[in-house]
Ligand binder design. Structure first.
Ligand SMILES: [Cu+2]
Length: 165
């Protein structure tokens, strides 16, 4: 988040960026850094210190399933996903629309070593847990709203539904 803001500021106002950074970050940073990455249709990366934060635990299994595979979220809520890999192979939790995820899954088949370093995704080694915080600013129903894009996982049904209202 912060890094994105600084990059945007450097592009937009090269001379003012450094002077601005100290005090103007909160006033102007948000707009300049509006999130437009993957899963933007559902909102934006969340703040782990948000007051209305709610925790949802999601398990990932070697049966290529998420548990639960359906999430109900209130619009405007910040969710801290606590994503646990209960299997013996690596899995990942990636938020995104069906078109984003399926496109990405195809790329993953070609480049299986590709790692995700995006705010909408976490890769989790077997037995480990990772967290992802997302602010669901938009209402909608996504029959596919998250998935695991490791080769063969998504196509075997490792995906889930998100309803935000
Ligand atoms: Cu997986």
């Amino acid at each position: 988040m912060r890094r994105h803001f600084i990059l945007a500021a450097l592009i937009a106002l090269p001379s003012a960026a450094l002077a601005d950074e100290g005090h103007d970050h909160h006033a102007h940073g948000k707009k300049g850094a509006a999130y437009d990455g993957h899963a933007a249709a559902m909102g934006e990366p969340g703040d782990a210190k948000a007051r209305n934060i709610r925790t949802i635990e999601v398990a990932m299994t070697d049966a290529m399933r998420f548990k639960p595979a359906q999430l109900q979220i209130s619009k405007g809520q910040t969710i801290k996903f606590v994503v646990k890999n209960t299997g013996e192979t690596k899995h990942e939790f990636v938020l995104g629309t069906e078109s984003e995820l399926s496109k990405h899954a195809v790329e993953m088949e070609k480049f299986p070593e590709m790692e995700h370093d995006d705010p909408n995704a976490v890769s989790v080694e077997p037995g480990k847990t990772a967290e992802l915080v997302w602010n669901f600013t938009k209402a909608g129903t996504w029959e596919v709203g998250f998935g695991c894009l490791l080769p063969g996982h998504y196509s075997n049904g490792m995906k889930g539904k998100i309803v935000v209202k």
